[in-house]
Design a protein around this ligand. Sequence first.
Ligand SMILES: NC(=O)C1=CN([C@@H]2O[C@H](COP(=O)(O)OP(=O)(O)OC[C@H]3O[C@@H](n4cnc5c(N)ncnc54)[C@H](O)[C@@H]3O)[C@@H](O)[C@H]2O)[C@@H](O)CC1
Ligand SMILES: Nc1ncnc2c1ncn2[C@@H]1O[C@H](COP(=O)(O)OP(=O)(O)O)[C@@H](O)[C@H]1O
Ligand SMILES: [K+]
Length: 504
Amino acid sequence: MEDHAVWTVEESRAHDKTAQEMGVNLLSLMETAGARAAYYLLPELKGPGLIIAGKGHNGGDALVMARHVARYRDVQLLLPLGVPKFPGAEELLKVLQNYGAKIVAQDHMERAWNQVSWIVDGLFGTGFHGTVEDGFITQLWKRLSQTENVVYALDILSGIDANSGSYMLEPVYAHKTLTFGAAKWGHFGYPGSRFSGQLVILDIGLPDLGPSSGQWIDPSWAKAHIPPRDFYAHKYRRGRVAVIGGSASMPGAPVLAGLAALKTGAGLVELFVPSGIVHRVQAPTPLLVRGVGEGGNLVLRGEDIEALKRADVVIIGPGLGTGVSPALLETVITLGKPLVIDADALALLKEIAAGPLPEGTVLTPHSGEMARLLGITSDAVDAFRYQSVKQAVDRYRVCVVLKGPYSLVASERIFVNTANTPALATAGSGDVLSGVIAALLAGRYPKDVTEMTAFATYLHGWAGIHAERDQGPSVIATDIIAALGQAWNSIVCEEHPPMLPEHF
Ligand SMILES: NC(=O)C1=CN([C@@H]2O[C@H](COP(=O)(O)OP(=O)(O)OC[C@H]3O[C@@H](n4cnc5c(N)ncnc54)[C@H](O)[C@@H]3O)[C@@H](O)[C@H]2O)[C@@H](O)CC1
Ligand SMILES: Nc1ncnc2c1ncn2[C@@H]1O[C@H](COP(=O)(O)OP(=O)(O)O)[C@@H](O)[C@H]1O
Ligand SMILES: [K+]
């Protein structure tokens, strides 16, 4: 059974259906889910509480949970949509009352509310879709958004679409989400991830259906994917990275990408920047710097192309600026080298004829760049991150990283980066990521490009976490580069990043 899977709603249903076909009836699936949630939570449930149950199977899990918790705590049950519809629900309701749980009438909700110290949301789970029209539910969620009680969500906070993470109700911040079988894409989408709190994955004995649509990165997975190093390596064999970028207004971006590549382990890094800015990038660093074209005009000559051919991976984009001809990208593509296409080079990609990109290429858009690539708005990208990254993979047939909190790294399968900190939201942080990715891809050992890129986002995330530990809120991109060494150590030690999903 895959340990760190992420499921779509359809995958979740397929597991449910297969379990039933194999002879596990629906009530016993709910029994396992509700009981596991109850016994996981009981140690932290202080005093009396309220459990909200909907009409579907998420509500069924809540009814089972209510019965188990009622053995130890005062439990009130609210059924805002009436008695659940599935066969056996009436019996579950009877039994939980025999165990001492009380059903609250809707007009007594306010009184119940004032008597409890925790609330469990079992209103909607993966079956939620569309918008909420029911006035009582809207009111209830408004009340919930103002509560000081601890809120727990069963499977997924009600109102979050489990495939996308879009959210349809008043903001409610769950302390924890107890999800069944595996995480869902909605737990990592926007704004769903904001409201989900700590994600706890409870194994409920569902059958193994093979590889899922994706996985979240776990420390043990990362440790197992640390790239090997040859004791006898020399700088030419550890991987050569070329960076094409820089402009009068952004001379630092290629330097950040280059230094990050060196710190990640590339043996040699050469920057290809406009001749007019060479004097501004020749800081005392081990980077090679080559002036290209006349003045600010970045045009590759024959000797530049020969030099580029020596690279294992070429980064194109950091600080490139606008006004560069798409022919530059076309020329670089014809080299056939694995590329990391970042920043302004992503805009050029939209303008060139869509031929196949070289094998091993990675695109690294943030939401705005992804929006331009797909011809949609960045709000639409944010609301459908899983779907957007899949669409970009379908169109460009290479690995695509959709950056931001919980970056998605996609090809046939999608990885979720779990090492996150807002300290990474600083100018140049994306340039650092492109350097980290390129260095890991340049190493001359057998590797899977998507896995290595996923590893790169995790390493970059850890560097941000360490930079923040050292610098508090004062992190800038060079601090992220400086913290890469500590980031490697965290991976070796299988340290857990903040808000890593837990599973039981
Ligand atoms: N995947 C699995 O294998 C298992 C899933 N289980 C639970 O089953 C849940 C899914 O159950 P269901 O498919 O019954 O779905 P839900 O319980 O999530 O909700 C379905 C109900 O909500 C209503 N609904 C949906 N959108 C609405 C909207 N916008 N406004 C008003 N009402 C709306 C539907 O009409 C239906 O009555 C999971 O989240 C999980 O909690 C567990 O019981 C155990 C096993
Ligand atoms: N709040 C956040 N949590 C986690 N990672 C973040 C957050 N904000 C930004 N990042 C990461 O920081 C990097 C920012 O990249 P980008 O937006 O391209 O920056 P720039 O263009 O300034 O270099 C990406 O890797 C992104 O995933
Ligand atoms: K729920």
